[in-house]
Design a protein around this ligand. Structure first.
Ligand code: ADP
Ligand code: MG
Length: 793
């Protein structure tokens, strides 16, 4: 049934080739007791290992039941071993942490029997070798003789056809030797037994055939087989370790090293706890911030200004190189006292909102439940004169300089102090002091600068000093408009303007401050340009209302300047927006309404912006959606762009959140890797320690994959335990942590570990130990059982 055909095997050790088997030709009967004799190093063990499929020969062929094994794969050999071979060793090779019963059961664990069947078989085998008690104890309580009996039971239990015994009595006294030899002879009597021994007496006494080795060659065979072997199928039934077996072995291993495993689990669980706490904190911070957003940010309005500036558009425009320079400059600007002029009309970053009646109607149709208030801010048209360096006086175009008014008092700090950064000068202290507002890059539209009387062409950079202290004169209506033949007119001759400029009744305003919106301010809605206090505004309106021109305009249906008939305005609310942006001196035409005329004359306010205050955070997004809907099918220039004043805050909070997240994720990653390395080291140590088990499993026909599975199972169990413990520790730690955080930050219950997140963390723990243990498990599976066996001797 077994034939060795010219088997040749050598080893290379330290550079030289050592021939272990040098052309072995042997045939074996299905049932015979073969003893192998020979001096140490003559190749006996190697011979046995090749028959057992533990080693591969270099040359030659092993014929099993008439079939060549040349094409055998590793798995084939494992199946072959498991189904056909029983090994008995000099050192018994029992797995120390398994019970006697389990040591035997393990040999039948690869062929899919039920637990009960396996146990029955194992008990039967043990009974046959004379072990009846203490089966549930580990082997450490047994005598050497008993240990070898257990090993024989293990070889027997699977009912193999071939028994390979490598000096099974080498460690036993002579009395035990006889007993064991008798036992082997008796229970394997109808099998092929190949038994190596150093004892020629024993060999002679039990053998039906004696083979003697010397220097890798057979020098004597007392009963060689001459006839041909009859053909028979070899048994290569598929075998594999059941997961339940792997779990059993793993649990057994864990419970045998309780203390060590406890520390193993503890170390892993600390990492897992860290990850769980980080998840809890992230979750909590997120909740805190969205809560904060809901509470606070809802109060920040959506503003529709006449001019909408967006810097993100800016960056995508083609002149981005120049913008980069601008950005670079802007960093210096806080130190330099310089304003940069730029042409806003060339700049795609600015969008003029053409707010018309349609839009106002649209806003009015908005769901009333969404808004707590809509307000329409206004500006006023003033008669202002400026005197240039050369003494020339001219009318200042107020629509160009973006005249706006700011609230004078706003809580403890003034509105300006609260929302604007002072770049130069001082915050105004009386109504005649005005401020110049620049954009976040210290820029100002060239037209504004020109209108203010600054010659921009010469120098694109304007010193703060050149603007601070600059004076302008407001001419009240009665002086500004002259009446002749029932009509009013403005005498814009140079001489008259000079006269007006130097008149005593003017209001002299001067620029005292250059301001820039604070980055974190959300109420800095003033347009870039000149801004004055509402006190001055009210004063001016009061005066205008009393002026002759306004009184006559109120009483007449024609334009008191041009004499043209005025259009009728439809209703009061619409009027507000009809007048937007009208400047009397260069924009008087047929379609002017009376209201437009009056506001041009300074008697009423011009709307400059719409401010929508949402009810709460949710309604805010609804409002935004509503406003966006308006723009859907509109041309670019017809779109009305709004500014969500909470986005700055939003950005801030999301940035904080981002920062926290990054830090925590870095920590979590660190913990993850530390855990990974720890698990790697611990598993590797365990691999080294479980060499016997690994090798015995392999000898018994366990595949490499079974070994990997064994370690993986154990690691998954450990990972699961560590996960549970880690989550438990995290829940325990969250209590004092939240208490501490509440003490420090006033935020209650920051860290929250949701159940679903806890489950995820446990899963992470399992995956972590699985990954960390995978390579050591692979290493374990690679371990060559032969080396282990040979190193024992
Ligand atoms: P025996 O069992 O008869 O003592 P072995 O089969 O163990 O002999 O060894 C035969 C020869 O092969 C010896 O010279 C031994 O040194 C060598 N040998 C056996 N196994 C190995 C191995 N794994 N690596 C290197 N040399 C080996
Ligand atoms: Mg040997």
């Amino acid at each position: 049934m077994l034939q060795l055909k010219n088997i040749y095997k050598s080893y290379i050790t330290g550079g030289s080739r050592q021939i272990a088997l040098d052309g072995i030709n042997l045939k074996f009967r299905e049932s015979e007791f073969v003893t192998v004799l020979g001096p140490s190093g003559s190749g006996k063990t190697t011979f046995l290992n090749i028959i057992g499929g533990l080693e591969r020969c270099d040359k030659g062929d092993l014929i099993i039941n008439g079939k060549s094994t040349k094409e055998f794969t590793d798995s084939n050999w494992d199946f072959y071993r498991n189904n056909n071979i029983g090994f008995i060793f000099k050192n018994y090779n029992l797995i120390p942490h398994l019970s006697i019963l389990e040591n035997v059961t393990i040999a039948v664990s690869f062929n899919g029997l039920s637990k009960k069947e396996k146990q029955e078989k194992a008990i039967e085998a043990l009974n046959r070798v004379g072990i009846k008690d203490y089966m549930r104890k580990t082997s450490q309580y047994l005598t050497k003789d008993e240990m070898q009996r257990v090993a024989i039971a293990r070889a027997l239990v699977n009912n193999p056809k071939i028994i390979l015994a490598d000096e099974p009595t080498g460690n036993l006294d002579s009395k035990s030797t006889i007993e064991i030899m008798n036992l082997i002879k008796e229970i394997f009597k109808d099998k092929l037994v190949i038994l190596i021994t150093q004892n020629p007496g024993i060999a002679k006494r039990y053998a039906t055939r004696m083979i003697t080795f010397r220097d890798g060659e057979v020098i004597e065979d007392t009963n060689p087989l001459k006839e041909d072997l009859h053909q028979k199928e070899i048994d290569l039934k598929r075998t594999h370790m059941k997961i339940s077996m792997a779990i059993k072995l793993a649990i057994r291993d864990i419970s045998n090293k309780k203390l060590r495993m406890f520390f193993y689990v503890l170390i892993s669980s600390i990492g897992i706890m860290g990850i769980a706490l980080i998840v809890a904190l992230l979750q909590g911070f997120n909740k805190q911030i969205s809560g904060y957003e809901n509470d606070t940010l809802a109060n920040y309005p959506i503003v529709i200004n006449k001019v909408y500036t967006n810097y993100s558009i800016h960056n995508t425009s083609q002149n981005s190189k120049q913008n980069q320079n601008d950005l670079k400059n802007s960093k210096l600007n806080t130190k330099n006292d310089i304003i940069y002029s730029y042409n806003s009309s060339q700049n795609s970053t600015e969008h003029i909102n053409q707010v018309n009646k349609d839009y106002i109607d649209y806003i009015k149709q908005m769901d009333k439940d969404l808004v707590s208030e809509i307000s329409y801010e206004s500006q006023i048209n003033m008669n202002i004169l400026r005197e240039d360096e050369d003494g020339k006086v001219s009318i200042l175009d107020t629509s160009t300089i973006n005249l706006s008014s700011y609230p004078k008092d706003y809580g403890q700090e003034t509105y300006l102090e609260k929302n604007y950064e002072l770049l130069y000068g001082y915050y105004p202290t009386n109504k005649n002091e005005v401020v110049l507002i620049v954009d976040e890059k210290n820029r100002l539209d060239t037209n504004i600068l020109n209108a203010l009387g600054i010659d921009v062409k010469k120098n694109k950079e304007i010193k703060f000093d050149d603007l601070i202290g600059k004076e302008y004169k407001i001419i009240l209506n009665d002086e500004f408009y002259k009446k002749q033949n029932g009509h009013f007119y403005v005498d814009s001759s140079e001489k008259n303007l000079k006269k007006l400029y130097n008149s005593k009744n003017t209001i002299t305003i001067s620029i005292t401050a250059i301001l820039r919106a604070k980055e974190d301010s959300n109420l800095s809605n003033l347009p870039e340009g000149i801004s004055y206090s509402n006190e001055l505004c009210n004063y001016y309106i009061d005066d205008c209302k009393k002026s002759d021109i306004v009184k006559s305009q109120q009483d007449s249906n024609y334009n008191v300047i041009t004499g043209q008939t005025l259009k009728n305005s439809k209703n009061k609310e619409d009027e507000i927006f009809e007048i937007s942006g009208i400047n009397i001196l260069n924009n008087v035409n047929q379609s002017t309404t009376k209201n437009q005329m009056l506001s041009s004359l300074g008697a009423s306010l011009l709307p400059s912006s719409i401010t929508i205050y949402p009810k709460d955070f949710e309604s805010k997004s609804d409002i935004i959606e509503y406003l966006d809907n308006y723009n859907k099918d509109k041309n670019e220039d017809e779109k009305i762009l709004y500014k969500d004043t909470s986005t700055t805050i939003n950005k801030l909070s999301t940035n904080i959140m981002k920062g926290i997240t990054i830090v925590l994720v870095v920590f979590a990653t660190l913990i993850f890797f530390i855990s990974l390395i720890t698990i790697f080291i611990l598993t590797y140590a365990s691999v080294l320690e479980r060499k016997t088990e690994v090798c015995i499993l392999r000898v018994l026909g366990g595949k490499k994959r079974d070994i990997v599975r064994l370690f993986n199972t154990e690691n998954v169990i450990i990972g699961f335990l560590a996960g549970i413990l880690g989550v438990f520790l995290a829940y325990t730690f969250i209590v004092p942590m939240n208490y501490g955080l509440e003490k420090i930050t006033d935020l209650s219950n920051v860290a929250i570990l949701k159940v679903e997140n806890a489950i995820v963390v446990i899963a992470i723990s399992v995956i972590l130990t699985f990954i960390g243990g995978f390579i050591p498990a692979k290493i374990a599976a690679r371990k060559d059982p032969v080396e282990f066996l040979k190193n024992q001797n």
